[in-house]
Write a protein that binds this ligand. Structure first.
Ligand code: SAH
Ligand code: SF4
Length: 421
């Protein structure tokens, strides 16, 4: 039976959620609220939150029954009022190279005709595993080479939906103590933890969902829980300049900047937020980002668009522009999508561009493409989602927005942009 609980009093920012609230993904304050709601006395809250924290974020349990140090009575109350449900998997694709991609359905809200969906990608290497997560459904910005940019914002993800992507991925790759790896024999890192890095490079502009992304990254970095070091978390932004300093001061993760052009004239077109915050202001914000050093560099993402931004003169200008900023450069082969007007640069052009960057002292700026086979399947996914969108439109103008291949190349090429080694 699905209970419809009015969660307004303990989840003021989550109106009209349908069904029981899942505790998986909540921060300490909201876990405390959830415990108070079922009558746990104030003086026990801290202790109970710590217990839940460890079961949810260290052990990854999905049943309250497994929480053996929690009294039977409290477990029963928890199970009656809440769940530990994960985000729902719509599709899971596994590449021959081990890249995994999930299309995930968010919990439906009362006013939503259909539950919105997001994408999350896991990129394993020998010595690390990078999870690329989404922060919004759609995007308010309209970068002309980006598929998400053609979709208006449906909504921000809640903090727990952002954390939920990490929990789901850890479930699927057996990344909990004592858990079995998936039986498909695909590449997993040799590291003890299979997710070593998190990059906010999926759908959406994370700095436009600042508070939820910040809360989520605090949960992710909590040393008593998921324990991902902030040096291994990278936020990618199109350049929301006023929020960059704030993010640096309040969250302090690694930073990636979607630069993509070396002149304002071109960047105004490719990344229209540039009209508000031009390159000089953006780079000034980068220079002031706290904690930068050669060991903690900003990653500059640069999508390779044939005949648009891929000349040797562009490469040299890029090197000049970044002078003095501890930087890494990530050249991203453009990932085309149906209706896109750009083409990916020729391989020779990418190599020649990379050569200029290399000679200026930046190491291997182009990533070996990963997960190409499931990117191909991404095209199929797109047609399906268009059908869905059409039917959703018929249903009272609601929108179901799926990620359709935009992110994949970028995320995969940038899989290591998080931390140093
Ligand atoms: N909104 C944030 C983070 C999400 S986009 C941002 O713009 O930085 C993550 C990266 O994917 C960005 O660098 C973005 O420019 C890049 N990207 C978007 N569409 C792409 C495409 N079709 N091919 C390659 N990279 C793309
Ligand atoms: Fe939004 Fe980033 Fe895509 Fe630009 S590149 S439209 S900011 S998701």
């Amino acid at each position: 039976m699905v209970l419809v609980v009015d969660t307004a009093s303990n989840t003021a920012t989550h109106p009209a959620r349908v069904g029981r609230l899942s505790l998986a993904g909540l921060d300490r304050a909201r876990l405390g609220d959830a415990l108070r709601q079922i009558g746990v006395p104030d003086k026990q809250i801290r202790m109970r939150v710590n217990q839940l924290w460890s079961w949810i974020y260290v052990r990854g349990v999905t049943s309250f029954d497994d929480m053996t140090d929690v009294s039977k009575e409290v477990r029963a109350k928890l199970a009656a009022a809440y769940t530990l449900d994960r985000l729902e998997i719509v599709t899971e694709q596994v590449s021959i190279d081990g890249t995994r991609k999930w299309l995930l359905r968010l919990p439906k809200r009362g006013h939503e005709v259909r539950a919105p969906e997001i994408e999350c990608v896991y990129i394993p290497e020998e010595d690390r595993g990078t999870l690329c997560i989404s922060s919004q459904v759609g995007c308010t910005l309209t970068c002309t080479f980006c598929h998400t940019g053609t979709q208006r914002l449906v909504r921000n993800l809640e903090a727990e939906e952002i954390v939920g992507q990490i929990l789901l991925a850890r479930d699927r790759i057996g990344d909990w103590p004592g858990a079995e790896p998936p039986g498909d024999g695909r590449l997993l890192p040799t590291t003890e933890r299979k997710i070593t890095n998190v990059v906010l490079m999926g759908m959406g502009e994370p700095l436009y969902n600042f508070d939820n992304v910040k809360t989520a990254m605090e949960v992710a970095a909590d040393g008593e829980g998921l324990s991902l070091s902030k040096r291994r978390i990278t936020l990618s932004t199109s350049g929301v300049v006023p929020e960059i300093a704030r993010w640096g001061a309040e969250a302090g993760t690694m930073l990636a900047i979607s630069l993509h052009a070396v002149t304002d004239e071109l960047r105004d077109v490719l990344v229209p937020i540039n009209r508000r915050y031009p390159i000089a202001e953006l780079l000034e914000a980068c220079r002031s980002y706290p904690g930068l050093s050669n060991a903690r560099r900003i990653t500059f993402e640069y999508v390779m668009l044939k005949g648009v931004n891929d000349s040797l003169a562009d490469a040299r200008a890029l090197v000049r522009l970044l002078k003095g900023i501890p930087a890494k450069i990530n050249l991203i082969p453009f990932n085309p999508w149906p209706g896109s007007t750009y083409e990916c640069s020729d391989w020779e052009a990418i190599e020649a561009f990379a050569d200029v960057i290399n000679r200026a002292g930046y190491a291997s700026p182009v990533r070996t493409p990963r997960g190409r086979d499931i990117l191909a399947a991404c095209g199929q996914l797109k047609s399906e989602s268009e059908k869905l969108r059409a039917s959703a439109r018929h249903g009272a103008g609601a929108r179901v927005l799926l990620e359709q291949g935009k992110a994949s190349a970028a995320q995969i090429e940038n899989g290591d942009s998080g931390a140093e080694g």
